[in-house]
Design a protein around this ligand. Sequence first.
Ligand SMILES: Nc1nc2c(c(=O)[nH]1)N[C@H]1C(S)=C(S)[C@@H](COP(=O)(O)OP(=O)(O)OC[C@H]3O[C@@H](n4cnc5c(=O)[nH]c(N)nc54)[C@H](O)[C@@H]3O)O[C@H]1N2
Ligand SMILES: Nc1nc2c(c(=O)[nH]1)N[C@H]1C(S)=C(S)[C@@H](COP(=O)(O)OP(=O)(O)OC[C@H]3O[C@@H](n4cnc5c(=O)[nH]c(N)nc54)[C@H](O)[C@@H]3O)O[C@H]1N2
Ligand code: SF4
Ligand SMILES: [Mo]
Length: 693
Amino acid sequence: MKPEKGAIELENGVFPAVCPLDCPDTCGLLLHKQNGRIVKVEGNKGHPITAGAICNKVRNMTERIYHTERLMYPLRRTGPKGEGKFERISWDEAIREIADRYQSLIREHGPESILPYNFYGNMGVIGVEGMDRRFFNRLGASQLLRGICNAAGTAGWKSTMGFGGGTSPEEAAEAKLFIVWGGNIVSTSMHMFTLIEKARKQGAKLVVIDVHKNKTGERADWFIPLYPGTDGALALGLMHVLFERGLTDGAFLSRYTTGHEELREHVKQYTPEVVAAITGVPADDIVKLALMYGETTPAYIHIGNGLQHHDNGGMMIRTIACLPALTGQWLVRGGGAFKSNGAYGSLNGEALERPDLRANPEARIINMSRIGEALLTEQPPIRSLFVYCSNPAVVAPDTEKVQRGLMREDLFTVVHDLFMTDTAKYADLVLPATSSFENTDLYASYWHHYVQLQEPVIAPVGEGKSNFELFKRLAQAMEFTEEAFQESEEDLIRQALSYPDNPYLDGVSLERLQEERFVKLNMEPQRRYLENLGTPSGKIELFSERMAEAGLPPLPTYIPLTEGYDGRSRPGQGDPYPLMFISPPNQSFLNSTFGNVEKLKKIEKGPILQIHPQDARDRGIAEGDRVAVWNDRGTFEAKAMVTDRMLPGTVVSQGLWWGEGGRHRSNALTSDKPSDMGGGATFFSTVVDVKRQ
Ligand SMILES: Nc1nc2c(c(=O)[nH]1)N[C@H]1C(S)=C(S)[C@@H](COP(=O)(O)OP(=O)(O)OC[C@H]3O[C@@H](n4cnc5c(=O)[nH]c(N)nc54)[C@H](O)[C@@H]3O)O[C@H]1N2
Ligand SMILES: Nc1nc2c(c(=O)[nH]1)N[C@H]1C(S)=C(S)[C@@H](COP(=O)(O)OP(=O)(O)OC[C@H]3O[C@@H](n4cnc5c(=O)[nH]c(N)nc54)[C@H](O)[C@@H]3O)O[C@H]1N2
Ligand code: SF4
Ligand SMILES: [Mo]
């Protein structure tokens, strides 16, 4: 479909758009406009991968865009922090106040007293990796380590594979065996599930390995439950059987990997019996799965986010990433693995973010997953926080600590969002943001290979401003005169796409995006994929010197969780809290986004705690009881669902709920301890107990 020129001025029509949410699918959309308002959001059938199907969340996007509680103008706090009392002010006043406060903070305490805090509430790169980054670089603010989502897994994957990309969806569709490992793709990447369903019609099989039978597990040919954080041991057990049964590809191992002889010796200890005792997966099933994996080709592994949110998450993903190399599946079309395909579409970050504008490149780095701790203890103190595209009072680990940090009277907090989120309630200034359909921006998927452009379809709602416009105005107020602050969205898009270091971007241009809407990356270089890996040896590193240098075992190794149990120390035997608490996303929200849309909240039926009949019985808990889940960090309230979807000892609650005085924040319980690699968050390595309320 060709772009409609000036969609924003047209009262009626159907206009192309992109889903802005942090979801691998990055669907192509069509927006139906009547009398100047979007009345319907549907999938764009022209998109080669998403092909017109979209999730229920985004079908209901108008409920969010035209929500009665959408912020309409800037606000200044009038009541105590957290209470939510504000007065209307003008944009000029808001911008002036920020600039004045920043100038005096910089004078008195230096620019590192200011910290930006953002994530991917909107995936548009111009808004979250563009003018905003330029502004904070030029300011010299403290730097943010954005590791809350996938840092551990990325580090683990890269230690084995070097390059941050794996099997393409078009190829994965041809697999005969799909292993979805620690992910819930029915809810979180629905088009991947559609590809699997098509392949199953041709006889392919789906195995799901998870700590609870999620919606994907329900639909699997074989669901394998295991104890949290033990997947590394399971993968090593599979390797043990693959070597023992002669199911490894010696030619592949010799040519493309380091350390396969050492690995063969090393995995002798991980017998099915040893691994069964660690994981809770019966020894026979371990052998059966290994044979299935070793004898089916193409075999594809889809690695979800669940694994890397453990304190041994980097190593678990490093270990699983070794499996396709053992069987040579990387050379089979449709085989291999996926953790993220983000690296294929990587843009020119230096041109976008302009680190050269920073006078203090050594400015301190604050880990976003430890924001509570940082606000409470960092020295010299963080004196100002600028939050955008994120809701840390709900999504960050240890929210009780985050809340205490945000309550600090001497902290000057600005929040830019579409809604009065739990975080915004603690702000001194709250600024209204536009939705992505009101902006120009560029979107690349971290799963498929199509780049897309969003052009504004409706005028800004209320006095909302895009991130781009906001930071451009702030730069003016701070009297930043560099050319970088004069440029337009189109300028930044051109700069982002001009990146000779990434051959996959060859031929993708703004003009083509305007003309064609979906522009495929140039996947030609993928043919040389294995010759070109970014590890120190250039090979798949089964043995990694870098791991050893970092003080970790150089060969993939099972490392038990430090918070939680590993099968040897069963719940109730030594741990102060006997249950492991897993809090993955639900289907109807996108992280905390949509957590204020009544229609979607109803579908999810409120915060629910899934608890095993045995654990429920021990505590006198029955179906539907109100329960409190607690540990030293805090309490989370939910309704009990008694179910045997998990092994005893694991409880699960899906969805990042907010509002209602924070009673339903699952992150009240989670630890802000960083993961073993990459400084990632460890949400799922959490022990708790449960009682009836
Ligand atoms: N509907 C919806 N879609 C989303 C999101 C959303 O919030 N809602 N969020 C988006 C984002 S930001 C991301 S990062 C992705 C995440 O999407 P996925 O990659 O699918 O990951 P999660 O949904 O976090 O699923 C984690 C799964 O891991 C399981 N798990 C936890 N611990 C372990 C373990 O030790 N071993 C194993 N084998 N399994 C374990 C959990 O039970 C859960 O089923 O989804 C994106 N898409
Ligand atoms: N317990 C637990 N916690 C988790 C997870 C989990 O599985 N379990 N998952 C983690 C993961 S994987 C992730 S990625 C994080 C995600 O955490 P966040 O990145 O904080 O994601 P959201 O909760 O969706 O919050 C995004 C906010 O951005 C706002 N927003 C949207 N568009 C714009 C815009 O254009 N401009 C501005 N200024 N604001 C905008 C939205 O209104 C919303 O309030 O959560 C993490 N937290
Ligand atoms: S959230 Fe994911 S599945 Fe839903 S429309 Fe957006 S990209 Fe598509
Ligand atoms: Mo994420």
